[in-house]
Design a protein around this ligand. Structure first.
Ligand code: BGC
Length: 746
């Protein structure tokens, strides 16, 4: 450790060259630095290595010492000693350019927050900002200066596992949340000891991966590109995001990272992005696998010239040295990319402070951990969405109530953490299971029995066809040794209230976790159906704890109350128990439509009205639209909307709590343009919301501005337009209720 500290002192003197604040000076110094670099050193700055094992560190050390690597991604294996060793080697390299260290802070680092899809249901962007700030602080302490978030892909297909990482189906809302996360990660100054650089991803269109398969073609129109996919990126870039990550998907037949039109013309030209672009993991070399580039050499040139500065994981950029030597590449392209990398390193303060914060031998700050946990709990409370309540909730806590808690998530501490946590460097378990939390909420009264009943993580049964090909064996049930129907029925019979805790296993959601069925994994649904059939009339509360919306109408039919909770992080169980027992009040609203059945997908609220609105539906189901639409969610009280009208340049409505309990309403503001000559606009588009807390009998006048920003859209050239003409405005509790008020915009 002494060695490292002595080195810091010497090296910092050398680094003062580019440590000066004030962009003119810094620019000059960066230009001088680049002018003195060899081609290998320049390419080194564009190389991002990945560290999994000690062996990787040993392999990289000699290359780092030569200044031929610019950054590392830890991929959940962050170790302080590795970081120190590598940074020391970089600072001993000829140019002494520090390394940058990155990882994914998607919903927290040490503290696990609700997955973004969950937290988006809070309709509280400030929570995203706070979550990102805590993640940034904890990440910095661990040695990171850069995170690969926020992810702001507008997603309509819940079969795609990565719906968990984004904020649902609305592009405007994704933009609001992405901007909040950028502010939270970077603050005013990304070099501050509690901030990191943000990386807005996956630019762009990745969420439209066909069929919900990951890493796939995404085929959509220019109209959708402009109005669905780019707007959240525009918002994040306006908020100051220092970096952008290109996506894995194709757009218009080309892997997006190889499209100069998208990566440069639109990103830098249209959206005005000035920062650094990193590819996704191994994506450069994958342009060969896609069948676009013939070889590594072509892949590297294509991706660099398209606009990707840093190559994550693959090493195709090494071939650029030859491309340069043989005159096929202009060195200024490389120089510009290297300058963006150096500006980034300057912005995150690496030249001034290359070491992790606090200094390696300092104590972890426990008080802040407790504050972070309190925030994680608050976030989880605000995220859960009550979608059904026949009056059974809230349950009385201080009574003799007998509760049976049934399901594989009852005592599970791992699943709640969500898809981007629970890895080695994160807390692998949440502090409180649902059983612990319910017991606490019952305050020593009543009786709680807990039965796991089955497992979440069971592979579907596979059979062999006559020709030997594997098929899903629909006749057989998955093999689950833990299936305990008798135990579950016995516990349920003894109880006054049965709480089912059902959901998805962790590795069934997130990246590379596509599904073609939207049901709780394993035999959970069978357990639910058999238990509910066996016990007759009981009060039933079901918690759906998943990474994506689950389409389970039978659960809604047979339950008196249902929470769509998603993976809620360290506070997930705490929140659900508090909500069930009325210690907290539900206030979340869905940001992704919940379908009745997977066969309806895509189901989303901001669809076109079509030329034949009453035709074209499936004949073999009466179900139209979503089971629970975007924006929907109940509370323990009721709200009435009145006087929806236009007043001057505003749309207004009066919201009154007509129930008997205090509660929070998410007042939603949608617009519709009646005739748009550029293209058909959705039947509704969210353009504002207010979350208001009202006591019984209390009312409030809520107002939304009517201006070109709220009413407009992007045309096919990426210009924001607002046409004069007739618009409908809706101020409503969700995306399908309320009636429109017409007005004319001149
Ligand atoms: C994911 C990115 C992530 C990267 C690094 C990729 O597979 O698509 O979202 O940031 O890995 O972990």
């Amino acid at each position: 450790m002494r060695d490292v500290k002595a080195l810091i002192a010497t090296v910092l003197v050398g680094l003062s060259l580019v440590a000066v604040a004030g962009s003119g000076e810094t620019e000059r110094e960066i230009a001088e630095l680049v002018a003195g670099m060899s081609v290998r050193e320049k390419l080194g700055q564009l190389k991002q290595g990945v560290l999994y094992t000690r062996k990787d560190v040993d392999c990289y050390l000699p290359i780092v010492r030569k200044g031929e690597v610019g950054s590392f991604i830890f991929n959940e294996t962050l170790k302080r000693e590795w970081r120190d060793e590598l940074q020391k080697a970089a600072l001993e390299s000829p140019r002494r350019i520090p390394l940058s260290f990155a990882d994914n802070i998607i919903h927290g680092w040490r503290t696990n927050f609700p997955i973004p899809l969950a937290l988006s249901c809070s309709f509280e962007p400030e929570l995203f900002e706070e979550m990102a700030h805590v993640g940034a602080r904890e990440g910095r302490e661990a040695g990171l200066d850069w995170t690969f978030g926020p992810m702001c892909d507008t997603a309509r297909d819940p079969r795609w596992g990565r719906v968990a990482e984004g904020c649902g189906e609305d592009p405007w809302l994704n933009g609001v949340y992405a901007a909040a996360q950028v502010r939270g990660f970077q603050g005013e100054d990304a070099s501050a000891p509690d901030r990191v650089a943000a990386c807005v991803k996956h630019y762009c269109g990745y969420s439209f991966s066909m069929g919900g398969h990951d890493y796939n073609d995404a085929d959509f129109s220019e109209w959708s590109l402009r109005n669905l996919h780019l707007p959240p990126f525009a918002a994040a870039i306006d908020a100051g995001a220092l970096t952008v990550m290109s996506g894995f998907n194709t757009v218009d037949g080309v892997p997006v990272l190889a499209s100069r039109r998208i990566m440069t013309d639109m990103l830098r030209g249209g959206l005005g992005f000035r920062g650094m672009v990193v590819t996704d993991y191994n994506a450069v070399i994958q342009t060969v696998t896609w069948g676009l580039a013939a070889d590594e050499r072509e892949a590297a040139s294509l991706c660099l010239c398209a606009g990707n500065d840093v190559e994550m994981k693959s090493t195709a950029y090494d071939t650029l040295e030859r491309e340069l030597a043989e005159g096929r590449l202009d060195e200024t392209v490389i120089d510009e990319a290297v300058k963006r990398v150096l500006r980034f390193k300057q912005a995150v303060g690496l030249f001034r402070r290359p070491w992790a914060i606090p200094e390696p031998d300092a104590e972890p700050r426990r008080r802040e951990d407790a504050e972070a946990l309190a925030l994680a709990r608050k976030c989880a409370v605000r995220s859960a969405v009550l979608v059904k309540n026949d009056g059974v909730l809230p349950l009385a806590a201080d009574s003799d109530i007998r509760v049976a808690l049934i399901g594989p998530l009852a005592e599970d501490r791992k699943t709640f953490v969500g898809c981007w946590a629970g890895m080695e460097s994160h807390g692998p378990e949440v502090p409180e299971s649902l059983a612990d939390a319910v017991r606490r909420a019952m305050g020593g009264k009543g009786r709680l029995s807990v039965v796991r009943g089955c497992s979440t993580n069971v592979k579907p049964p596979v059979a062999k066809r006559d020709d030997g090909l594997p098929v899903l064996d629909r006749e057989s049930v998955p093999d689950d040794a833990s299936f305990d129907l008798e135990g579950a029925i016995a516990a349920a019979r003894e109880a006054d209230v049965v709480i089912f805790a059902l959901g998805e296993a962790l590795d069934w959601t997130g990246e590379n976790a596509s599904r073609c069925q939207l049901t709780p994994t394993g035999r959970q649904l069978e357990l639910f159906e058999k238990v509910t059939s066996a016990i007759g009339k009981k009060r039933i509360v079901t918690l759906l704890i998943s990474g994506r919306p689950l389409a389970v109408p039978v659960v809604s039919r047979r339950s008196d109350a249902v929470f769509v909770a998603f993976h809620g992080g360290d506070g997930g169980a705490f929140a659900l128990a508090d909500l069930i027992f009325g210690k907290a009040s539900p206030s979340g609203r869905l940001t992704i439509s919940v379908p009745y059945d997977v066969s309806q997908i895509p189901v989303f609220y901001n669809a076109s009205v079509t030329g034949r609105p009453n035709q074209g539906h499936y004949l073999d189901t009466p179900e139209r639209g979503a089971m629970y639409p975007f924006g929907f969610g109940l509370t323990y009280t009721r709200f009435a909307y009145s006087s929806v009208s236009i007043r001057g340049q505003s749309a207004v409505a009066r919201i009154t709590n007509t129930g008997t309990r205090p509660g929070e309403e998410v007042v939603q503001f949608y617009i519709r343009q009646r005739a748009c000559s550029e293209g058909v606009r959705p039947k509704r588009e969210l353009r504002g919301f207010r979350k208001v807390r009202l006591d019984p009998g209390e009312s409030v006048l809520v107002e939304f501005p009517l201006d070109a920003k709220t009413l407009g859209y992007y045309d096919r050239s990426g210009n924001w337009r607002c046409d004069s003409g007739i618009y409908d405005i809706f101020i409503a509790p969700d995306s399908v209720s309320g009636t429109g008020v017409q007005f004319k915009w001149e």
